[in-house]
Design a binder for this molecule. Structure first.
Ligand SMILES: [Zn+2]
Ligand SMILES: [Zn+2]
Length: 434
């Protein structure tokens, strides 16, 4: 079923559907299980050296010899570890190197281990105002520092919308809580990257572990990074991987919930949090306390290009919009926003939309948030369809509000029946804090 995915990374394990497998296949399996925390979970997950990302591959095989595992042999410990891997990744627990397991082992993934005692790491930041900075940038696929800034802010905004945390970019990366860089191969932290495919990135859990590296996120420079959707073959979505890595930077481990952002393998772009990710991050930091939450009905929506609509109906508090085939459009909400309460200026956490589309032929692609004429957040390439009855769009740095919020929604309609090109807006709002 996942025949399209990354044939090229199958260099590591030969496809085989029978057991026992060749000793070289078993060695590769053992290396993988060791790297990602299945053979010696206490070593890999908790780390002999203050929770580093896993060791480079050569030393993984070396360290097998010091455990009770014989490299190349499908022994009891290997079978048990493989079963744990299959369980975590939602595969049939066979204890054998079957086809589905081999496919999963070949997927692109995060470099952090899967197994630990808790789904949260245990460490957390002691401040809610975090800073981040860039040691360097990638120029892959036409990326510029400005584009990367917007993409990384989008990734942080996903976590900001659910927690008391805010994330502000600083120019001097050496002074930042979370340092971001693109590096290839060995890069001085004892956790070398592996070239194109395989491991895409890794990150360090919050202080006090790993000293100055705490919170930092490293991206494999050998990958082809992009922020465009569709990504194109062999390219990786920077926003998705960054948001996943920042989950680790904030103290989350991998989740075994397939479809969550914190699942260890990369399954393509995912620019929003799953309920499991929200539950996880809230166990560590809790929510935020709302000072004010203004809302406006869907009937007040403004359409930028009315001639591109086939029909528009206002009923009750709803607006039903039917786009002409193969058009894009922008819809706008002006939100009457209180900016001062109890003589104090309020800050914005997120915009919230309540909408639905009737098929994937009607999509919400972009949500931009403005304070007056200043754009304060951009959520791009979202591909949202279906029921979205309470969708939050965070503002990473949670700035003070001065002039009132505007929410601009970029939509697209493709070829389909009239009803498939329908989109309903019920209301729009935002959360404000002190
Ligand atoms: Zn990860
Ligand atoms: Zn690193």
């Amino acid at each position: 079923m996942s025949e399209v995915v990354e044939k090229k990374s199958s260099k590591k394990l030969k496809k085989a559907e029978y057991v026992p497998q060749k000793s070289s296949d078993v060695k590769e399996l053992q290396k993988h299980l060791q790297l990602f925390g299945y053979l010696n979970p206490e070593d890999a997950a908790f780390g002999v050296e203050e929770n580093r990302p896993p060791q480079p591959e050569e030393s993984a095989l070396e360290s097998l010899k010091t455990s009770f595992i014989e490299p190349g042999k499908m022994d009891k410990a290997t079978v048990e570890a493989l079963k744990k891997y299959q369980e975590f990744h939602g595969l049939d627990v066979t204890g054998k190197l079957d086809r589905k397991t081999l496919d999963e082992l070949d997927q692109k993934r995060c470099g952090m281990p899967d197994l630990g005692e808790f789904s949260t790491h245990g460490n957390k930041w002691s401040t809610t105002s975090l800073t981040y900075g860039f040691d360097n940038y990638t120029t892959d696929n036409g990326l510029t520092p400005a584009k990367i800034h917007e993409a990384i802010a989008q990734a942080f905004a996903m976590w900001a919308a659910e927690t008391p945390l805010s994330f502000r970019r600083v120019n001097n990366s050496a002074s930042a809580d979370i340092r971001i860089k693109f590096v290839s191969g060995a890069h001085g932290d004892g956790s070398a990257f592996d070239g194109k495919g395989g491991v895409l990135a890794h990150a360090y859990y919050p202080p006090p572990n790993s000293g100055a590296l705490a919170g930092d996120a490293h991206f494999d420079g050998a990958e082809s990074w992009t922020i465009n959707i569709p990504t194109g073959s062999g390219k990786v979505d920077l926003v998705t991987v960054a948001a996943h890595e920042f989950g680790h930077s904030l103290g989350l481990r991998h989740s075994n919930v397939n479809g969550s952002l914190m699942f260890p393998t990369y399954a393509g772009p995912m620019r929003y949090l799953h309920a499991d990710d929200i539950a996880g991050i809230r166990t560590i930091y809790g929510g935020y306390s709302i000072e004010n939450a203004p809302w406006i009905h869907g009937t007040s929506i403004q359409v930028e290009y009315p001639e591109r609509l086939e029909r528009i109906t206002r009923a009750g508090f709803y607006t039903y919009l039917y786009g002409k085939p193969n058009t894009t459009n922008w819809f706008h909400f002006a939100l009457p926003t209180p900016v001062i309460k109890d003589q104090k200026r309020l800050k914005v956490v997120c915009a919230i939309l309540r909408f639905r589309t009737f098929s994937t032929k009607a999509m919400v692609d972009h949500v931009h948030i403005y304070d007056g004429y200043s754009k304060i957040a951009a959520h791009n390439n979202l591909s949202l369809s279906g029921d979205n009855w309470f969708k939050k769009f965070g503002v990473a740095h949670k700035p003070y509000v001065y002039w009132g919020l505007g929410i601009s929604i970029g939509v697209s309609f493709s070829n389909g029946t009239l009803n498939e090109r329908r989109m309903d807006f019920v209301s729009a709002g935002c959360d404000l804090i002190n």
